[in-house]
Design a protein around this ligand. Structure first.
Ligand code: NAD
Ligand code: UGA
Length: 446
């Protein structure tokens, strides 16, 4: 239920994608008044009807509740949102350019539109999109350039740390809220925005300089990606050295200074964030004259993890032409329908190119995958995808793949082989059901 908050803020959100929509819906839920702006008419039509354009657990009901309560509305008018809101959050996409640097054209476009609509009284413009250090300064310059009379505003950096698949939960219960601001006036407004979260959770408010906030975001994603690449490196060492990556990484992660999270080896990290953000950070480091070789290695190992998995399939299955291969999981991770940079999409395209007949199942991502790879046969469940398959290939860590009926699967497949790119299936159970099992960084069982 929508809660009442002592000092509600009217918030404008520009860009109603994963971050903007989730942030807008959650701020409405916390008692603020939210105006969400997007310039994609198809998206807007759905959002206005209360249909989220993304799959996120818990989002739909919360969105519909806030639309009905009037705490949330959708529009294509940035000027309207700027006039009515005290804080204007920029949540547009920042895709990579060919050399890795962040393409900031959408951020600049929004800054121009904000500038033209800026009224005489004070506004805070909040950079929530992931951007390189010193972007807030560029946003402020742009606003002044396109509206030389604009004086009463501050630009704040407030990076977002939500994960897809748990976006609502992460937004309402964050570990920290990072606010980079240069005036008390801006900090005070940001505290009002986040007061409902800070008062009922243990989230730490991390108030820093604007440039520090920007670097915290790129640094955090780069370190998380580094942990995953380290896990993939250890998996390769385990395979070559005859050890078990599951045991080794568990043993390493038990040291609290290291931590157990983000040490799961697999087929490489994907998604719209890590690949783009670490490439952007590499570019920033190079521009600043700093040593970017760690980040380059993280990218290289990530690609190598995918290539090793593909080569393993090619080696074990021999001729791929005409072979039936079932892909289990298409999304770049579990609990999302997002297929941006999903290793499964890359793998399905490669297998298809080699002549394999690919079937696929994903609980949420099928309709998005169909638009990218129309020649794959998409199935309604794992058993239909496995029917007649000569190998099963797990690409996403969906919970349901850990609890599949392996005996039923054994009956469905033509030849019992599992390539588990996420180490999610119980190896002994797979072996017990008659499968040859290939994991990542683990001995093969048959
Ligand atoms: P997205 O592509 O899902 O959404 C961006 C939205 O902005 C789109 O709906 C687009 O139509 C809209 N838009 C673009 N230009 C516009 C304009 N001029 N006016 C109005 N609307 C406009 O992107 P996203 O995944 O939400 O990411 C947004 C930013 O947040 C990126 O910088 C990303 O790196 C960062 N981020 C994303 C996540 C995540 O999990 N997706 C998490 C943390 C940070
Ligand atoms: C990531 C970060 O976790 C968020 O904190 C951040 O806000 C977001 O990027 C962003 O900046 O946009 P997300 O991309 O949604 O979130 O998903 P993650 O859970 O981080 O997973 C990313 C990829 O790494 C997935 O492909 C996942 O399968 C893979 N992964 C994750 C591993 O291969 N091993 C692991 O141990 C963990």
């Amino acid at each position: 239920m929508t809660t009442s908050t002592p000092q509600p803020v009217t918030v404008g959100i520009i860009g109603a994608g994963y971050v903007g929509l989730t942030t807008g819906v959650c701020l409405g839920e916390l008692g603020h008044r939210v105006i969400c702006v997007d310039n994609d008419p198809e998206k807007l039509a759905l959002l206005r009807r209360g249909t989220p354009t993304i799959f996120e657990p818990g989002l739909e009901a919360m969105m519909q509740r806030n639309l009905a309560a009037g705490t949330l509305r959708f529009t294509d008018r940035i000027d309207e949102a700027v006039r009515e809101s005290e804080a204007i959050f920029i949540c547009v996409n920042t895709p990579p350019k060919a050399d890795g640097q962040a393409d900031l054209r959408y951020v600049e476009q929004v800054a121009k539109e904000i500038a033209r609509a800026l009224p005489a009284d004070y506004r805070v413009i909040v950079d929530k999109s992931t951007v390189p250090v010193r972007t807030a300064e560029k946003v402020a310059d742009t606003i002044r350039r396109y509206n030389p009379r604009a004086k009463e505003f501050d630009v704040v950096s407030n990076p977002e740390f939500l994960r897809e698949g748990s976006a609502v939960q992460d937004t309402l219960n964050p570990e920290r809220i990072v606010v980079g601001a240069s005036t008390d006036r801006a900090r005070t407004l940001m505290r009002r925005v986040y007061a409902p979260i800070l008062s009922r959770t243990s989230a730490e408010l991390c108030e820093v300089s604007i440039r520090s906030a920007e670097l915290i975001k790129h640094g955090a994603n780069s370190l998380l990606a580094t942990k995953i690449s380290f896990a993939n490196l250890m998996a390769e060492a385990c395979e070559a050295g005859g050890a078990d990556a599951h045991e080794v990484l568990h043993g390493i992660g038990l040291d609290r200074r290291i931590g157990r999270e983000f040490l799961r080896p697999g087929i490489g990290f994907g998604g719209s964030c890590f690949p783009k953000d670490i490439a952007a950070f590499r570019h920033t480091l190079e521009t600043l004259g700093a040593d970017a070789s760690l980040i380059t290695a993280v990218e290289r190992i990530n690609d190598h993890a995918y290539q090793r998995f593909l080569q393993r399939i090619e080696r074990e299955l021999w001729v791929l032409d005409g072979k039936r291969i079932a892909i289990l999981g298409i999304a770049f991770k579990a609990n999302t329908d997002d297929i941006r940079n999903a290793p499964a999409i890359r793998l399905m395209a490669a297998l298809g190119k080699s002549g394999a007949i690919v079937t696929a199942y994903d609980p949420q991502a099928t309709s998005k995958a169909k638009r990218v790879l129309p020649n794959v046969r998409y199935c309604a469940d794992v058993y239909a995808a496995a029917d007649g398959a000569e190998a099963l290939v797990v690409c996403t860590e969906w919970d349901e793949f850990a609890t599949m009926d392996l005996a039923r699967l054994r009956k469905a497949v033509a030849t019992p082989i599992i390539f588990d790119g996420r180490n999610i299936i119980d190896r002994a159970a797979a072996q017990g059901a008659g499968f040859t099992y290939y994991g990542v960084g683990r001995a093969t069982t048959q």
